[in-house]
Design a protein around this ligand. Structure first.
Ligand SMILES: NC(=O)c1ccc[n+]([C@@H]2O[C@H](COP(=O)([O-])OP(=O)(O)OC[C@H]3O[C@@H](n4cnc5c(N)ncnc54)[C@H](O)[C@@H]3O)[C@@H](O)[C@H]2O)c1
Length: 381
């Protein structure tokens, strides 16, 4: 009989829904030795928690996340609350011996990220972070192409994550805009930093530049009262990887017209690959071969030959969606909890990503290159 593990979800917002749908789907898509059991959902907004429990299938709801930590029916605490709560909830869960699934970025600061990573290592619990864009089969293909040497020696990386959900200055102030919300460098920058590390390995140094382009926002929609913005709206960084090559990273949440521009280009000596999340079932590949008058980028379309696409759909080009990546992420969490395979990204990777982010912030402040090796080990941001 399949063993089941109890889930406590903290935060019934957008990501709370994505995680819940993934837990409901994962056992149908994948053949797993353990099954998630939706035990309890916590949200400070009790009405929201009650409605979400009904819609998403949790047995119980509460407005106090602390009450779920010691609950013997709970094996995994899933944190989809705003960033500033990640540390407190995760440390409490780890202290109670629970596995932790947490949305990105790992924490609001590098110091917190280090504390969380070290606590999880010490307690030897499974951790999983919500860097779901890594879970796309086309990203596995991109990584295989890079690692196999198919496009030769890697010469540069260009990565961006730009959206426009904060481009309108009348968009009200929200938790993402206080100092612990982290700014765009943490919100979207963490995704492109993690992607860059996933594809090309560790980053050794950065030269960052952060800017705030909308310095205050209404406290609520239509309000004449305003509140100062304490974080960056746009982040740029020159980066150098441990492997030697250089690159650029950019993050913006005021990129008018851009909805999901998580894009990268990896340039090698014998070819290049290009990817955009807006067409994430495709990978562009260029190879230096054949007649120069005929070569160019070609489009590889995702299908069952790119696992685990085939678990969702038998036909090529029929496309996966955002929630499917969350389902793959939930599979990876459950495989790790079952002790079968640990794919991550886990709290260690979240800590490494946070070091790069802290270095970009520090570099922008001090107007100089910063070595990643100087960050972390309690060199708090
Ligand atoms: N992986 C991704 O692609 C992705 C996308 C969006 C957001 N995120 C991350 O997910 C997390 C949540 O973001 P969101 O967009 O779902 O936010 P959201 O504002 O939609 O939802 C957050 C929920 O948390 C609840 N909450 C706030 N404080 C709480 C507390 N102390 N205890 C319990 N509940 C509390 C709020 O009431 C709200 O329902 C953030 O860390 C964010 O960075 C990840």
């Amino acid at each position: 009989m399949t063993r089941s593990v109890g889930i406590a979800l903290v935060g019934a917002g957008a990501m709370g829904k994505a995680h819940s749908l993934a837990f409901r789907t994962v056992g149908g898509v994948f053949d797993l030795p353990i099954a998630p059991r939706l035990e309890v959902i916590a949200d400070v907004n009790e009405q929201l928690a009650a409605t979400a429990a009904g819609h998403w299938g949790y047995k119980r709801h509460t407005k106090d996340w602390r009450s779920v930590i010691a609950d013997p029916c709970v094996d995994i605490v899933d944190i989809t609350a705003p960033n500033r709560f990640h540390r407190e909830i995760a440390l409490a869960a780890i202290g109670a011996g629970k596995h932790v699934y947490c949305e990105k970025p790992l924490a609001a600061t590098l110091k917190e990220a280090e504390e969380m990573f070290r606590a999880a290592e010490k307690a030897a619990v499974t951790t999983q972070l919500g860097f779901n864009f890594l879970k796309n089969p086309m990203i596995d293909l991109a990584k295989n192409i890079i690692q196999s040497g198919e496009i030769g020696e890697i010469r540069s990386f260009r990565g961006i994550h730009a959206e426009d959900y904060m481009a309108d200055p009348t968009t009200p102030w929200s938790w993402r805009l206080d100092s612990q919300g982290g700014g765009v460098v943490e919100d979207l920058g963490s995704h492109i930093v993690c992607m860059a590390r996933h594809l090309l390995g560790p980053i050794s140094r950065v030269c960052g530049s952060l800017s705030t382009v909308i310095p205050s926002r209404p406290t609520a929609r239509g309000s004449t009262e305003s509140r100062d913005v304490q974080v960056d709206d746009v982040a740029h960084a020159l980066v150098q990887f441990d492997r030697g090559c250089h690159g650029t990273l950019e993050a913006s949440w005021v990129a008018t017209g851009r909805k999901m521009q998580l894009e990268f280009e990896v340039v090698g000596s014998h070819g290049s690959i290009a990817f955009t999340q807006e067409r994430f079932s495709e990978l562009q590949l260029f190879k230096l071969e054949g007649s120069q008058s005929r070569n160019g980028f070609r489009t590889i379309v995702a299908g069952p030959l790119h696992p685990p696409y085939g678990n969702f759909c038998v036909a090529t080009g029929h496309q996966l969606g955002f929630n499917d990546m969350k389902t793959i992420e939930a599979r990876d969490l459950l495989l790790s909890v079952a002790g079968i395979e640990h794919r991550g990204p886990d709290f260690r990777e979240g800590y490494e990503v946070q070091k790069v982010i802290a270095a970009i912030i520090s570099s922008s402040h001090d107007k100089k290159w910063v070595e990643i090796g100087q960050m972390g080990d309690s060199a708090a941001r």
